[in-house]
Design a protein around this ligand. Structure first.
Ligand code: FAD
Length: 586
């Protein structure tokens, strides 16, 4: 089943859940959004999707310090950068298109739906562009930025070390002042996506490291730009820097994406250049990570969409049993069986809800950059902060759940690699782990984001959802069914759980952390359910596609919200005080 980028669904969601036709987006008016997304879809379907399988089967390989990507990868990369796709949101002054995050969200979804392992390479380069635009000095921007924006050079993100994964305070990579304004970097990084490859002649590593006199913990981390090849004053490539790839990992999925061990400083230290200020590196890296977190959420949406498309196509072909009401003697296509219909519709509805949350987050980022007044920009930034962990964690959880359901729809064939359903499930698994595990996203939501501007961001989000519930209640009852009641209950449950969570954070932080993941899920169900309901209202009498998805989501998925609120508000002692139940031996 070939992947098709769902451009019409993307545009509908952008318009009715994320303000595409508002004054925020003059550059996307008059069919511009449709035209650009159409081109991105062509790239996804025609160039990237055909390499999905070969990426999985052949993967990237490592020999003698070099990494060779899967057959067809370099040519696809060349065509991708010829389209200018690396610079969708990058400033025009650096060769980018300067377009909004909302539009880019659709592009990222399409490319990842087509080929997640390929699309990971630009995902990190785009994050590096953001970090350099925000924190790089004039010299760094002049030397590197245009060539990363054009895609001529790729960029990476080097955070993780064997002892420093979720806890970056533990990182040990060292940076010493070289005396000429540059630094010498020494240490080892692991799991570095596209740390080495044959797609570009130079690779620009953004590396977190610690200066000798740095304070302990996260306040003593600095960010450095460390190129694979040093750049001469005339812009040409100079000497090879003192860094190398020590090997690549053998993984469960995304085989086309090389996951590298990077070794810096075998011969006295790799030359690095400071980005931002000394000891302020984590703040700079967060510019990149927040961008990358939304992009990883969009990976989730892309994979979930592809898994749904594949499962629906299979269910229309495969015949087994007789569906209720089937008059003929022959077997029915399995899509006619109520339980299979339920699976497929849950898959499509969850994907649509995750898409809406991600696009809302992108719109908030656009408000933060383009909003007319400082107040609007601040509000946008806070909303983006609040929604980013929800978008990342929920959309990637949806990718895991939906791709697993996709395997289920295929029956035994789902477990056989031939159909591709298994690849999507294997590929999706990492998205809940990297860019901050989903557990860390939940802790971020609860520990940092609920308190944004004394809870104002949360309050605004709840008010927005409550207003939608009022609109649902005023809509024709026969058409809406139980949706107003279910979404109303979900929003109420979120309000209640949020009040409890805010109080518990003060009195018993451990109890709040124990409930962080159920709280994030509850947040997503209320936010995703109300967004889908808004799409159903926008559809009006013109059809019933969005109404169906919104009702399925409300009845089968968002209805879990009140139960999650019970979990959030319950006694955390069974989890916090558990001893024997966690003992190694049964
Ligand atoms: C394929 C792949 C690609 C990657 N690409 C990159 C890359 O390009 N650059 C890069 O720097 N890194 C990359 N990573 C690393 C990735 O970001 C880390 O694996 C991830 O952040 C988790 O760190 P960890 O593996 O050390 O797990 P750990 O931090 O050991 O976590 C293990 C478990 O404990 C939980 N946990 C840990 N700390 C806490 C806490 N304080 N509270 C609650 N729960 C906690 C986690 O949620 C998780 O469930 C990649 C990893 C993989 C597998």
């Amino acid at each position: 089943m070939p992947y098709r980028a769902p451009v019409a669904d993307m545009l509908f969601t952008m318009t009715h859940a994320a303000g595409l036709s508002s004054s925020l987006y003059p550059d996307l008016a008059d069919g511009a959004a449709e035209a650009i997304l159409g081109e991105a879809a062509k790239m996804a379907e025609g160039v990237l999707a055909p390499l999905h399988r070969v990426g999985d089967q052949k993967g990237a390989t490592f020999a003698n310090g070099t990494v060779t990507t899967a057959p067809g990868w370099p040519e696809a990369y060349r065509r991708w950068i010829e389209g200018g796709w690396m610079g969708v949101t990058a400033p025009e002054a650096h060769g980018g298109m300067g377009l909004p995050h909302l539009l880019n969200a659709g592009c990222i979804e399409a490319w990842n739906g087509a080929n997640m392992a390929f699309a990971l390479a630009p995902l990190l380069s785009v994050g590096a562009i953001e970090a350099l635009v925000a924190h790089g000095d004039k010299q760094l921007r002049a030397t590197y930025l245009d060539r990363i924006v054009s895609g001529e050079w790729a960029a990476t993100m080097n955070l993780t070390e064997p002892q420093a994964g979720s806890d970056l305070a533990a990182l040990r990579t060292r940076a010493e002042r070289a005396g000429d304004g540059s630094y010498k970097i020494t240490g080892q990084k692991i799991y570095i996506t596209y740390g080495e490859h044959d797609l570009t002649e130079n690779i620009i590593h953004l590396v977190l490291a610690r200066l000798p006199d740095a304070p302990a913990g996260t306040r003593g981390i600095s960010l450095f730009l460390v190129p694979k090849f040093l750049v001469r004053p005339d812009g040409g490539l100079g000497a090879r820097n003192d860094l190398r790839c020590g090997g690549i990992e053998h993984k469960m999925g995304i085989h086309g994406s090389p996951t590298c061990t990077m070794i810096f400083g075998d011969n006295g230290g790799a030359t690095g250049f400071l980005i931002g200020e000394e000891n302020r590196g984590l703040a700079c890296m967060f510019t990149m990570m927040n961008n990358a977190r939304l992009s990883v959420g969009l990976q989730g949406v892309g994979v979930a969409e592809r898994a749904t498309q594949t499962a629906i196509a299979f269910a229309q072909e495969r015949r087994q049993g007789r569906a209720p009401g089937e008059k003929s003697d022959g077997m029915s296509p399995i899509v006619a069986h109520p339980d299979v219909r339920r699976m497929l519709l849950e898959m499509r509805a969850a994907t649509a809800a995750a898409r809406a949350i991600c696009y809302m987050t992108a719109q908030a980022l656009d408000l933060a950059h383009r909003g007319e007044t400082p107040d609007i920009r601040r509000g946008g930034l806070e909303r983006a902060g609040l929604l980013t962990p929800v978008a990342k964690a929920y959309a990637t959880d949806v990718a895991n759940e939906v791709s697993s359901q996709g395997v289920q729809v295929h029956g035994g064939m789902g477990f056989i690699e031939e159909t591709g359903a298994a690849q999507m499930m294997r590929d999706a698994r990492i998205a809940g782990i990297y860019e901050g595990t989903n557990g860390i996203q939940a802790i971020d939501l609860v520990g940092r984001k609920l308190a944004l501007s004394s809870g104002a961001a949360l309050k605004a989000e709840l008010a927005d959802m409550s207003a939608l519930v009022e609109r649902l209640r005023a809509a024709p009852a026969a058409r809406m069914g139980s949706m107003p009641a279910r979404i109303g209950a979900a929003v109420e449950a979120l309000a209640q759980a949020s009040a409890h969570m805010t109080g518990t954070l003060e009195t018993d932080p451990a109890a709040a952390l124990a409930a962080a993941t159920p709280y994030l899920r509850l947040f997503a169900l209320a936010r995703g359910g109300s967004a889908l309901a808004a799409l159903a209202l926008a559809e009006g009498d013109s059809g019933d596609k969005w109404l169906t998805l919104a009702r399925v989501y409300a009845q089968n998925i968002a209805c879990a919200a009140p139960a999650l609120a019970l979990t959030v508000c319950d006694d955390a002692r069974p989890i916090l005080a558990a001893q024997s139940a966690l003992a190694g031996e049964p």
